[in-house]
Design a protein around this ligand. Structure first.
Ligand SMILES: [Fe+2]
Ligand SMILES: [Fe+2]
Length: 238
């Protein structure tokens, strides 16, 4: 999660290559958003170092960004082309943002509920306050833009249905993303949390019945049940 928080600058670079850059209200938000996500990553790194985990923040973020290589550049070009081809691309982005902020804040809440570490709980409670603000902004923007145009609803639905995956997918190895999903959402309470997130997404215009989170949880479950390389073969239970 530290890696993904620290990766926000790259998400911002991709985003500003689209028509999103033409909207001053959105870019004002993005300027604050990238600042807060940067410090979430820094705070989690400091927590880990204090707990004895050897992470060097600058080097780690550099290694994560460099590891993307051609895939990262292809994603950037894809965003550039998508942004140029579709007038309603910003609607996809803000809805995508709402979905990811919702999962981030719910994931942190799941850790807060499970941890016996008071420092971690306090840190994550502070981070969750920011994530709630991010979610509210993206959600309100998504609601407004999806309500306004049928084409925006169609494009957003297709984009989420066919290409969305849990935030961090593709940035870190898939078995790490699966680990996070199943560690936090693998048990019964986690399944209920995933269903709750889906209900919130379904209440946005045109997005009923997508089941993004329950499908992602199911995919992670089926991958980890299959014997595979490394930690990908483990089943996580709490
Ligand atoms: Fe964050
Ligand atoms: Fe956030």
């Amino acid at each position: 999660m530290m890696d993904i928080e620290s990766h926000t600058m790259v998400f911002l670079r991709d985003l500003l290559a689209t028509r999103a850059v033409e909207d001053p209200e959105l870019t004002a938000f993005l300027a604050c958003w990238v600042y807060e996500e940067l410090w979430h990553g820094e705070a989690l790194g400091r927590f880990l170092r204090t707990a004895g985990v050897a992470v060097e923040p600058g080097e780690r973020a550099r290694a994560v960004r460099q590891s993307l290589g051609a895939r990262g550049r292809a994603r950037h070009i894809g965003m550039l082309l998508g942004g140029a081809a579709f007038r309603d691309f910003p609607a996809v982005h803000v809805t995508w943002g709402a979905v990811n902020e919702l999962s981030t804040l719910t994931a942190y809440e799941r850790i807060i509920a499970a941890t016996a570490n008071p420092v971690l709980a306090d840190l994550l409670q502070r981070i969750v306050r920011d994530e709630r603000r991010h979610y509210s902004f993206y959600r309100a923007e998504a609601q407004r833009r999806l309500e306004a145009a049928a084409a925006a609803r169609r494009l957003t639905r297709v984009a989420l249905d066919r290409t969305w995956a849990i935030v961090g997918t593709g940035v870190r190895p898939l078995d790490e993303t699966d680990f996070v999903v199943l560690h936090l959402f693998g048990d019964e309470e986690g399944a209920a949390a995933a269903a709750g997130m889906d209900t919130k997404v379904h209440s946005l215009p045109g997005l009923d019945g997508l089941w993004l989170f329950q499908r992602a949880r199911q995919r992670a479950l089926s991958r980890t049940r299959r014997p595979s390389r490394g930690s990908g073969g483990m089943v996580f239970q709490r």
